[in-house]
Design a protein around this ligand. Structure first.
Ligand code: SF4
Length: 496
């Protein structure tokens, strides 16, 4: 990895270099991935790359036009600005203009599961002191409309939000009433196990076009092992909930996420096949995060990123076969990364932005009236560390944005300015996640060479790029279809 600084115009071939970074391909030491400031890229032989940098590419070589189209060089020697490059850069970062679009309301920490990897420190179902109060929810709705975003995604989370559905209902009604004058585009999402869904709840959600996001960890044996209930019926209840949700809200209104324990890593094909069996066209293969109970059970459930990447490699190969056999099923994180690699627009996914999406793309209104810049920050608070609390829900948002917590997030929130990232060829496509680095390494900047976040990101970029580069025409077509189907990230993907 190396950063090649912009050079002054000189040289007989009439072009100058624009800022670029490169990475030797791990699967072919003789070639390099070269990226521009705005994320356009090219794979070149090392010898060709050296000729580019030495300005030895002839003016009539088609490579020169290719390099210029990707903002790696410019032949416009009179131009005093980098307007086309900056325009492309603005397009990539356009999500910054509107402020947070994802607003997470934690209506209760109560839950009826006892998952050992739970990330939110759930509480007993009778513990109503862990419910969001009416007064706090009124303040939260007022704050919601103080943000400028023309599109607002309101996601209800827990614990289990169905256990405090009266609050889901009152918040929704209040937002809709207020929106008669605000005219924002609204999207409601409820993240739930979908157990104990009532007809009345479904009817209310149908009236307001809710989307449901649930957790399905794989086949019955795996899901029940990961999500224990005394009756060992977690899988059956989830599948019932998915069917009921689809029949009332529509086939596309229910999505699912997978949490991967150590046990899950043994079953990549079985997990993919379960999603196909349940008729999903998207699967999200997420490694465990170091929060809540997950931190306490890390020895039992945890694994190294290298183990996750091995699992992921097998899962993607199986997904490619499933797609080529005629069933469309994307891996959502792969689609996000591929959309960055292959398209000009940003996906807007809050965990993979630079500047960070924490507080700039998402806000979390917790059950106790505290406000956090991300779900991970509130999970840390559930473990007793309130260092990322922006303030209370009855305070002006200006206070949150100028809070010490937000300053701490922003100090490490721009990937292009972080050690190691600043030289990384993937940085235009990657993001900063200061809260995650604090949780894992005790420091918001952290140390990329030993960071799980970085190993996962770099490993997945390498893996996908390799599959795209070396894959069959059918593989490439499938990967492209995942990338280009993803113009608008769905709410659950933003929140995941
Ligand atoms: S986190 Fe890792 S992969 Fe991402 S930009 Fe930084 S160094 Fe590169």
């Amino acid at each position: 990895m190396k950063f090649v600084a912009q050079e002054q115009f000189s040289g007989s071939h009439g072009y100058r270099l624009l800022p670029m970074r490169f990475r030797r391909l791990p699967w072919d030491d003789d070639r390099v991935f070269v990226s521009s400031l705005a994320g356009d890229w090219l794979i070149l032989d090392r010898s060709t790359f050296e000729r580019v940098v030495r300005k030895q590419i002839a003016h009539d070589d088609p490579l020169l036009a290719d390099l210029e189209a990707r903002y790696l060089v410019t032949t416009d020697l009179e131009r005093s600005t980098l307007a086309p490059l900056l325009s492309q850069y603005r397009t990539r970062k356009s999500y910054l203009l509107d402020g947070p679009a994802l607003h997470i309301f934690v209506v209760s920490l109560r839950c009826h599961h006892t998952c050992s990897y739970c990330q939110v420190s759930r509480q007993q179902t009778s513990a109503t002191s862990f419910d969001l109060s009416d007064v706090a929810s009124h303040h939260a709705v007022d704050r919601l409309f103080e943000w400028p975003s023309p599109s607002l995604t309101i996601e209800f989370q827990g614990g289990e939000p169905l256990l405090h559905f009266d609050r889901v209902r009152s918040i929704t009604e209040r937002i809709i009433a207020r929106n008669r004058t605000e005219n924002r585009s609204l999207r409601f999402v409820l993240a739930s196990t979908l157990h104990d869904l009532t007809d009345e709840q479904l009817a209310f959600m149908k009236d307001h076009a809710f989307q449901l996001s649930t957790s399905l960890d794989g086949p019955e044996w795996l899901h029940n092992a990961n999500r224990p209930r005394p009756e060992r019926d977690s899988y059956r209840r989830t599948v019932d909930g998915i069917e009921r949700g689809r029949s009332t809200l529509g086939a596309d209104a229910v999505s699912a996420l997978t949490t991967l324990t150590r046990r899950s890593l043994e079953a990549p094909q079985a997990i993919v096949d379960e999603y196909k069996k349940q008729g999903f066209h998207s699967i999200s293969l997420r490694p465990l995060s170091p929060y809540g109970f997950a931190a306490r059970t890390r020895d039992r459930n945890g694994y190294r990123i290298a183990e996750f990447l091995k699992f992921y490699d097998t899962a993607i190969d199986h997904l490619l076969k499933v797609n080529q056999a005629g069933f469309v099923l994307e891996e959502s994180y792969a689609s996000l990364l591929l959309s960055q690699l292959l398209g000009p627009f940003s996906h807007g996914y809050v965990d993979l932005r630079s500047p960070t999406g924490a507080g700039l793309g998402a806000i979390v209104y917790d059950y106790d009236g505290r406000v956090y810049p991300s779900d991970e920050a509130r999970m840390l608070a559930a473990m007793g560390d309130h260092g990322f609390a922006l303030g209370m829900v009855n305070e002006p948002i200006e206070n949150w944005l100028s809070s010490p917590a937000m300053q701490r997030v922003m100090a490490a929130g721009v990937a292009e300015a972080l050690p190691t990232c600043s030289d990384c060829a993937y940085v235009p496509l990657c993001g900063a996640d200061p809260v995650d680095h604090y949780a894992r390494q005790g420091d918001v900047i952290g140390h990329r060479p030993s960071s799980d976040f970085c190993q996962r990101q770099m490993g997945m970029f390498d893996l996908l790029l390799c599959k795209y580069e070396l894959g069959s025409p059918q593989d490439r077509a499938t990967l492209e279809s995942w990338a280009f189907a993803r113009q608008e990230p769905s709410a659950y993907q933003e929140a995941a």
